[in-house]
Design a protein around this ligand. Structure first.
Ligand SMILES: [Zn+2]
Length: 345
C-alpha cells in the first residue's frame, strides 16, 4: 500500500515536472519529431500539469472524508449525567442535574427558562435550558431532549440512562461540534441557520400520563415562544428521545411533519444507516406536540422499543449497559446531516 502510494506520488511528480515522462507516452515518430525537447529539466514548465499534480496530491487534505460523529463522547457525557442518579422534579438529583448543565454551558449562550408548573402534587419548580449557537442565515433549527426522570419512579433508583441521559449526552456532544465549527469561522457563527439546543424539564408525568400531566417544559416554552414571536424563526424542531438504545430501531412517528421525516430518512441514507430508521410506524405523545400544534415543522426521533417486550422502559433496568456509543454515533451523524440538509432547503 505504502509502496504503491509512493510509486503514484513519484509518477505524478514526474508527470508534472519532467517532459521526458510526457514524451514517453507518445509514439516513436512523435518522440523523434520533438526530440530536442526530450531533455528532462525537472522544471515546473507546464503550469496546468503542475496544478494537477498539487490538486491530486493535496486533495485528501482539501476535502477530508467526512468524519463520523463522536458517539463515544456523547456516551461519556451520558454516563456522567446518569451518574448524578435519579433526577425527579423536587428531588436533590434534579437540582444537581441543573447545576451540571449550568456549569457545562457556562461559557455558551445559555438561557435558563424557569417556571412553576401546576401539577397533581401542587406547584413544582422546573427549568428548561436553551443553548444558542448563532448562524449566518436568519432562522433557527432547534434540537431538543428532556433531562429529568420520573417522579413516580423516585424510589426505585431509576437513572434513565436511555430515557433522558443518552440524549442529553447527545446534545452536549453536538454542542461540542457546533462550538468548534463556530470557533473556526471569522465571525464566530455557523454557516447556516442558528442552532438552539433545548434541554427540557418535566417531560414525564408527575402522576400518570395525560395531556395536562406531561410535557410541562415543552408546553411552557412553546406557549412562551408563541407569544413573543420566537416560533416564527424556527425552521425545524428535531426532538431526540430514547435513542441511545444498543438495539436501535427508530419508529416513524406519525404526528411528525412529513417533509422533516423524509429529510431525516435522507440523512440516514447518506451514512447507510437507513435500517435503523422508520421500519415501523407509531404515534407518540412527546415534547414535539406543543410545537406541532403551533405549526412548527417537527419530528420526534424516538425508539420506543427498549429491551425484550420493552422491559427496560421506565424500570431500574434503564442503565448505561443498555445504551451504546455506536447508536449515539448514528444519531449524531443523522442529526448533523439533517441540520445541513435543512440549511440547504
Ligand atoms: Zn420516559
Amino acid at each position: 500500500m505504502i509502496f504503491s502510494s509512493f510509486r503514484k506520488f513519484f509518477w505524478l511528480w514526474r508527470r508534472a515536472t519532467c517532459r521526458t515522462v510526457i514524451l514517453s507516452d507518445r509514439s516513436e515518430p512523435e518522440r523523434q519529431s520533438v526530440g530536442s525537447r526530450r531533455i528532462c529539466g525537472c522544471s515546473f514548465g507546464n503550469p496546468t500539469r503542475l496544478l494537477t499534480f498539487f490538486a491530486v496530491l493535496f486533495a485528501p487534505l482539501a476535502a477530508p472524508a467526512q468524519a463520523h460523529f463522536d458517539g463515544a463522547r456523547a456516551y461519556e457525557y451520558a454516563r456522567q449525567f446518569a451518574a448524578i442518579g435519579p433526577r425527579w422534579p423536587t428531588g436533590p438529583g434534579h437540582i444537581k442535574a441543573q447545576e451540571f448543565l449550568r456549569t457545562h454551558f457556562a461559557h455558551d449562550q445559555l438561557e435558563q427558562d424557569t417556571f412553576t408548573a401546576d401539577t397533581p402534587i401542587g406547584p413544582v419548580p422546573l427549568c428548561n435550558f436553551i443553548v444558542r449557537f448563532p448562524g449566518r442565515k436568519a432562522g433557527a433549527v432547534v434540537l431538543g431532549s428532556h433531562y429529568e426522570t420520573n417522579y413516580p419512579l423516585r424510589n426505585i433508583n431509576f437513572v434513565g440512562a436511555n430515557d433522558g441521559a443518552a440524549t442529553t449526552g447527545l446534545l452536549m456532544a453536538i454542542a461540542d461540534r457546533l462550538r468548534a465549527e463556530a470557533a473556526q469561522s471569522r465571525d464566530k457563527k455557523l454557516d447556516g441557520y442558528s442552532v438552539w439546543l433545548v434541554f427540557f424539564d418535566g417531560e414525564e408525568a408527575i402522576q400518570s400520563w395525560s395531556r395536562s400531566d406531561s410535557t410541562y417544559g415543552s408546553r411552557h416554552l412553546a406557549a412562551k415562544w408563541g407569544r413573543d414571536g420566537t416560533l416564527n424563526q424556527i425552521k425545524a424542531f428535531l426532538l431526540a428521545d430514547m435513542i441511545g438504545d444498543k438495539d436501535l430501531d427508530i419508529q416513524r412517528e406519525t404526528n411528525s411533519t412529513a417533509w422533516l421525516v423524509d429529510l431525516v430518512a435522507q440523512a440516514a441514507k447518506k451514512f447507510g444507516d437507513q435500517r435503523y430508521f422508520f421500519q415501523q410506524e407509531m404515534s407518540v405523545e412527546d415534547d414535539h406536540l406543543p410545537f406541532v400544534e403551533r405549526g412548527v415543522p417537527s419530528i420526534d426521533v424516538i425508539d420506543l422499543d427498549y429491551g425484550p417486550n420493552n422491559s427496560y422502559h421506565h424500570t431500574a433496568q434503564d442503565t448505561m449497559d443498555k445504551i451504546s456509543a455506536h447508536s449515539l454515533t448514528i444519531d449524531g451523524d443523522v442529526f448533523m446531516e439533517s441540520i445541513r440538509l435543512i440549511d440547504q432547503r
